[in-house]
Design a protein around this ligand. Structure first.
Ligand code: ADP
Ligand code: MG
Length: 731
């Protein structure tokens, strides 16, 4: 009998000897070589065209038709000089990955002759036949028309594969009637809303600010496993996670992997993917081992949020491709192994001005500190008003395994700010008297805030690693985002709630100013009100504790543990009004998105359930039966040899135990199929998702329990799929 697992283990040995060429050059010599960035544009465009494009990019205004024509021709020249033969509109449909449809520059002119051509029209807009992407009912498949439209604010780049090079043009993806079908379109709208609202508020402090943009620095966690072992596990192949696997004797309890030296084969892989990222202008900065065995992390310098997200999407793509070429596989799933830490994607978020100021960085003078306090307190207030929407934005079938487990932020959204800022807020609250403006307010402004805040930057040890939303000195870190997620969902929500909050803030402050109040004192008073009304969202303790769950409940903070109900926040009246007010989503678009997320959830659970059902019948039970037969042969042999029963009782009880597990596995698999059938008959999509969550998903765990028991009872040579210790420790 061929054992897939034994074969895979043999294959692993030869995979290990893959040679990877390490780049000989300094990073600075090739960084961004495949990006049509500002310098490249300058070199390839006429002076006027360059000026015009840069103006459009910086101001977000429309690019002139004739200029688009020139840009297209410059892009083509640049791309062809770099070896590209094709171009594609590169977009981010709601499936979660990126999409492309390649077209050749080549066009036949007469039979047997042709030229390389790329016109403004092809740059600006395309109509990919993309009718199979999720649209939540927005796009009738018969019409099949979805358009991609150029996003000039994110530079075009060249994607290289062994088969050739392709010019990729970042685009948004919208329906024929203009509704967003992707992640980028709403993100860009949320950025506009945030920009407008924060520039207005910045003008209280600095009239020179003309542009504010959100910044994002993500930290990507991932697992690496050998390709042969990966391919021997249908669950990894189909679901990106193991659906069973007995806990290895040694897991992560020694924590010896964390920040340890990077295993050589993975190190080679990192060098390889990093050099691809550098060509693409992804500013990767750090790499290290994570807590779990075979878990790693990389993080770049932060960038403007739209670019940062494009880069993260690109990185996930590059990770996957480069891993394959190294005979490895990257697992981006939030929880590939039960009992082992999962993976997240911390989103470090802040706002920066075109005058070079980080709005969440405490300043050196009372005035700049009031600006800091303004943006800081407004963020807290924004989160306090919309915690459930943030929760919805991080919800997915795979992230459910991580949130609320004892390793990741809980499903309760709260904000950590540290001791210093807690003191500062308390002080503002106690010194500024409601409704009354006093001389003391001025003093508070000039003295205390100023004296306290600078300490904060000095002390970065004040960290709470359990908080889902933590202030870390000059930015907020959203820790609950899943490792496989497109950051846009969360960033769009964050930008929008912040924009909305800042608009309200300005209205309140202006009203006080109109009554004749001094501007700074007015700001202080409004902030004081926010501090008081946002208290419930602040939590400094251990977010993993049971006490916090109880306390949060008292404070009226929700603890929504599963995706189908977490997504409800998308369809609440408040949410729709919020998105419409800020022109980020229309009502129809929010509903469509909600529906798509529910659908994705259903499909994910459905696939897992099918894969497990098949694996137990075709892999696990046959192995168990085989071992059982051997035991029975042995027992019969012993019986024939006249050995007393007592001496083969152990074998007998093993046979019985195996039979019991087989029986339960089979019964539960059948019951799971039945549960699936019933869930499939549910008409309403939300109810169907809940049925999958409550009625189908529990079987995955129940069946797994017995499979894991069998794994530790059956002859190791017969076990058909790679075990946890092999997946996690062999590279
Ligand atoms: P750590 O959190 O590991 O101590 P850092 O504080 O240096 O490390 O930064 C973590 C991440 O936060 C990095 O990706 C970094 O680029 C990002 N970051 C730093 N400053 C900002 C900012 N102003 N806006 C957004 N992200 C930022
Ligand atoms: Mg961090």
């Amino acid at each position: 009998m061929i054992n897939i697992r034994v074969n895979a283990l043999q294959q692993l040995r030869s995979n290990r000897s893959t040679e990877v060429e390490t780049p000989k050059k300094h990073i600075s010599e090739y960084y961004g070589a495949y990006v049509f960035h500002e310098q490249a544009m300058k070199a390839y465009l006429s002076k006027e065209a360059f000026k015009s494009v840069m103006h459009s990019i910086n101001s977000g205004s429309k690019i002139d038709r004739s200029v688009a024509e020139q840009v297209a021709s410059a892009m083509k020249a640049w791309a062809m000089n770099n070896g590209a033969t094709h171009f594609t509109h590169w977009f981010q449909p709601l499936t979660g990955s990126t999409a492309e449809k390649h077209d050749s520059f080549f066009q036949q002119t007469t039979t047997g002759h042709g030229i390389e051509l790329f016109e403004g029209d092809s740059l600006v807009q395309q109509e990919p036949d993309a009718s199979s992407f999720p649209s939540g009912g927005l796009r009738n498949t018969f019409e099949a028309r979805g358009y991609t439209a150029w996003d000039p604010s994110s530079p075009a780049f060249i994607m290289e594969t062994p088969a050739g090079k392709t010019l990729c043009i970042p685009t948004i993806y919208v329906s024929y009637t203009g509704e967003a079908l992707d992640y980028k379109a709403p993100l860009l709208k949320s950025m506009q809303a945030l920009e407008k609202a924060s520039v207005d508020v910045c003008h209280y402090f600095d009239k020179n600010v003309t542009k504010v943009f959100a910044t994002l620095g993500w930290e990507q966690e991932y697992f690496v496993v050998d390709e042969a072992l990966y391919e021997a596990r249908p669950d990894l192949l189909m679901c990106g996670r193991t659906l069973f696997g007995a806990a290895p004797a040694k897991g992560q309890q020694l924590e010896d992997h964390y920040f340890g030296s990077i295993p050589e084969r993975v190190y080679q892989f990192m060098v390889d993917f990093e050099s691809e990222c550098f060509l693409l202008g992804i500013p990767l900065k750090t790499r290290h081992n994570e807590v779990a065995p075979s878990q790693f992390e990389c993080a770049p310098f932060f960038e403007e949020v739209n670019i940062a997200i494009d880069h993260n999407q690109l990185l996930m793509d590059v990770l996957d491709r480069v891993a394959r070429r190294n005979h490895l596989r990257v697992l981006l799933h939030e929880k590939p192994f039960a009992g082992i830490n999962g993976s997240g994607k911390h989103n470090n978020w802040s706002m920066a001005t075109d005058t070079g100021k980080n709005l969440l960085s405490p300043g050196k003078t009372p005035k700049t500190n009031l600006q800091f306090l303004t943006f800081f307190v407004n963020t807290i207030k924004a989160v306090n008003e919309h915690p459930d929407l943030i929760r919805a934005s991080i919800a997915s079938a795979s992230n459910d395994f991580r949130l609320g487990a004892n390793e990741a932020p809980p499903a309760i959204i709260s904000v950590f700010i540290g001791k210093y800022l807690t003191d500062v807020l308390n002080e503002v609250e106690s010194r500024v008297k409601s409704g009354k403006f006093s001389e003391q307010d001025e003093q508070t402004l000039r003295l205390d805030i100023h004296n306290k805040i600078p300490d904060l930057l000095m002390d970065n040890t004040d960290r709470n690693r359990t908080s889902p939303f933590a202030f870390t000195g000059n930015k907020f870190e959203v820790r609950a985002v899943g490792s496989s997620a497109n950051c846009s969902s969360t960033m769009t929500v964050l930008n929008t709630i912040m924009a909305d909050q800042l608009v309200k803030f300005k209205t309140e402050v202006d009203a006080l100013i109109k009554k004749g109040e001094n501007r700074e004192v007015a700001i202080l008073h409004v902030l004081k009100g926010y501090i008081t009304s946002s208290k419930r969202i602040l939590f400094e303790g251990n977010n993993y504790s049971v006490e916090w769950e109880k306390e949060a409940k008292k404070r009226g903070l929700n603890n929504i543990k599963t995706t189908p109900t977490a997504l409800d926040a998308y369809s609440s009246k408040d949410t729709i009004a919020l998105f419409e007010r800020n022109k980020v989503f229309t009502k129809v678009e929010v509903h469509a998105r909600h529906e798509i997320e529910l659908e994705k959830y259903i499909k994910k659970v459905q696939i897992e359930s099918r894969v497990l059902g098949e694996m137990v019948l075709t892999h696990i039970i046959p192995a168990a039966v085989e071992y059982q037969s051997r035991l029975l042969t042995n027992i019969n042999g012993l019986k024939e040899a006249g050995v007393t029963k007592k001496l083969y009782e152990a074998q007998l009880s093993m046979v019985t135990e195996i039979s019991e597990h087989i029986m339960v596995i089979r019964n539960k698999s059948e019951a799971m199929v039945e549960a699936r059938k019933q869930a499939n008959n549910v008409e309403d999509i939300r109810a169907k998702a809940i049925a999958y969550c409550d009625k189908v998903k529990p079987y995955l765990e129940e069946i797994r329990y017995h499979v894991d028991k069998l794994e530790i009872k059956i002859d190791d040579k017969l076990w058909p799929v790679p075990k946890y210790r092999e997946l996690l420790f062999l590279r």
